[in-house]
Design a binder for this molecule. Structure first.
Ligand SMILES: [Zn+2]
Length: 155
């Protein structure tokens, strides 16, 4: 897998043992580290494929805040957002997967990005702020209604 570029050079593949010496739980996880500026990025589970672009402390914090406090709660609670009758756990899982895509599609539309470009792991600080504002106060029911109207137009 090709290493992400930072400071004009490919980053170096290392592990959590180097980047997070105080986190034994992350010791074995591959990470790409920039030796110039210290930015780093993790990988998709079980792979050495980076989840996004390397980031320093401020950007990592902005991305995780956006994920944990805004983006993830929207799709993770999709099955309980109303509009779905009694569901099995397998159905709820499928609803959540679909919801994740819809929240990203909504975000992409609001931010003027394509869905390929719209990944929090690739956002800079300004995009994290813009995404926060785009999702603030939204419910999944609203995003679902928006998505269904778009899906209706396409077919
Ligand atoms: Zn760098």
């Amino acid at each position: 897998m090709t290493a992400p570029i930072c400071c004009g050079k490919p980053t170096r593949l290392t592990t959590g043992a180097e980047v997070y010496p105080k986190r034994p739980d992350l010791r074995a996880n591959p990470r790409y580290l920039c030796d110039e500026c210290g930015a780093h990025v993790g990988c998709h589970p079980g792979t050495t494929k980076a989840v996004g672009t390397p980031a320093g402390p401020e950007l990592r914090a902005a991305r995780s805040k956006l994920h944990d406090q805004m983006f993830d709660p929207l799709w993770k609670t999709a099955a309980e957002s109303g509009g779905y009758a009694d569901t099995t756990s397998r159905q709820r899982k499928r609803i959540r997967q679909k919801a994740r895509g819809r929240v990203y599609a909504f975000l992409a539309a609001r931010m003027g990005l394509t869905t390929e470009e719209c990944h929090i792991g690739h956002f800079d600080i300004e995009q994290c702020r813009a995404a926060w504002l785009a999702l603030q106060g939204r419910t999944y029911a609203e995003i679902r209604a928006w998505a269904k109207s778009k899906e209706g137009i396409r077919t």
